[in-house]
Design a protein around this ligand. Structure first.
Ligand code: SF4
Length: 241
């Protein structure tokens, strides 16, 4: 990227661009870039990206607490696209310490930040130290409490290597859930079978539940916490201090 042009300038130019054009730009600008993969949005990004770069790097966080259906979905994606999905695991000693001291469900009592910190943020931080840029499936309307203002492109100061920049692309930022699902149906893209059982936003098994018609998708995640805190730490820059 031309350093004379700011992230804000590029974001302003890309705001109205279709997601595949944003992805093309991201992949043209960066060789050392990967898609962070977990949900319906991310599979749309993978489907678009393999048409531009067939060996696109994809990683996913295996927290050890995912649904069986999610593991089956990851495997289906690997086979369908002939790509590798790198699974990132938490530090075993940190998980052991947490479980020994607080049990397996401490997040219901003292919020999800500690467990997410160990099972998600730690492995992500380690992975992002290797990359120049990453791509996420964040959408503005996914979480009114935390995602309403996210840009298409941003300088990720949270996870950047010290003294360097890490670019974060959110190509689906202006898409609705309906557009994501229209794409999935139109291009016969694999998806997590939990979506057919009433789950809209899918995370770890103990922290995700189906939502009723009319409920916002984020209400199925960490339902015992305030809406403004519903980030697992991967996108902690969305949470107002
Ligand atoms: S979503 Fe729940 S189980 Fe998964 S890492 Fe966070 S607190 Fe732990």
């Amino acid at each position: 990227m031309n350093q004379a042009i700011s992230f804000q300038d590029i974001d302003a130019k890309l705001q109205d661009a279709p997601p595949k054009d944003i992805l093309s730009y991201a992949l043209e600008e960066h060789d050392n870039i990967a898609i962070s993969f977990s949900g319906a949005e991310d599979i749309v990004l993978v489907d678009m990206a393999v048409k531009i770069r067939p060996d696109i790097a994809v990683f996913s966080l295996d927290t050890g607490r995912l649904h069986a259906e999610t593991y089956q979905f990851i495997e289906a994606v690997r086979k369908h696209y002939g790509i590798q999905v790198e699974l990132l695991f938490p530090d075993a000693a940190a998980v052991q310490k947490l479980v020994k001291e607080k049990g397996l469900f401490s997040f219901y009592e003292d919020n999800h930040q500690e467990c997410c910190g160990i099972r998600k943020v730690g492995p992500l931080r380690k992975k992002l130290l290797e990359l120049d840029a990453w791509i996420t499936g964040q959408r503005k309307d996914q979480s009114p409490g935390t995602r309403a203002n996210i840009p298409v492109i941003q300088n990720d100061k949270v996870f950047a290597r010290p003294g360097e920049s890490l670019t974060k692309f959110n190509p689906l930022v202006n898409w609705s859930s309906a557009q994501v699902w229209e794409y999935i149906r139109m291009f016969d893209v694999p998806y997590n079978s939990l979506h057919d059982k009433g789950f809209k936003s899918i995370g770890c098994e103990p922290c995700t539940r189906p939502t009723h018609p009319g409920q916002h998708e984020r209400e199925g995640r960490w339902w015992w916490e305030e809406s403004t805190k519903k980030e697992c730490g991967l996108h902690i820059d969305n949470v107002k201090k």
